[in-house]
Design a protein around this ligand. Structure first.
Ligand code: 4NP
Length: 161
């Protein structure tokens, strides 16, 4: 079974590329690496075509996490095509489910922080207008949630076998 995961934030240059790149890096050491398709998108198209924010790239590379991707806007087709859509904050969640007025795909849309293991935060804060420490905090939260997400994926994949 192949499984498609989409990370979603506002601009698709800070938080969701961090989710995409951190999780892709994390699964390289697992048996799922060739069975998961991982991507990211933003609820606004303002940064379309741009690479991840240099501050996020710096944070991830300092953790030896490769960084790839270009910003693209989220579409209604994404809600059809992906198995799991992970939003970074409540605004992202609302904007994402608004693309599916029928509600048919709403159960696929989850808050990324639902998978946190060691943090109580209910959302991943937007680091764009802050300093480098905000990017470090986002990366800490996402690295933690990636562990919980991996456990969830392991269950999903074993059910699908
Ligand atoms: P992201 O961060 O949603 O984590 O990619 C932001 C990027 C750009 C803007 C806001 C947040 N912006 O206002 O342009």
């Amino acid at each position: 079974m192949n499984y498609r995961i989409l990370f979603v934030c506002l601009g698709n240059i800070c938080r969701s590329p961090a989710g995409e790149n951190i999780f892709r890096h994390r699964i390289q050491r697992t048996e799922w690496k060739d069975r998961l398709f991982i991507d990211s998108a933003g609820t606004i198209g303002f940064h379309k075509g741009k690479q991840p924010d240099a501050r996020m790239t710096k944070t991830l590379r300092s953790r030896l996490i490769p960084v790839t991707g270009t910003s693209r806007p989220l579409t209604a087709e994404d809600l059809e095509e992906f198995d799991l859509i992970l939003t970074m904050d409540d605004e992202n969640y609302r904007d994402t489910i608004a693309l599916d007025p029928s509600g048919k795909h709403h159960t696929k849309v989850r808050r990324f922080t639902d998978f946190s293991k060691n943090y109580e935060d209910s959302y991943i804060p937007d680091p764009y207008y802050g300093g480098q420490e905000g990017f470090e905090h986002v990366a800490n939260l996402i690295e933690d949630g990636a562990e919980g997400l991996l456990e969830f994926i392991e269950q999903e994949m074993s059910v699908g076998e």
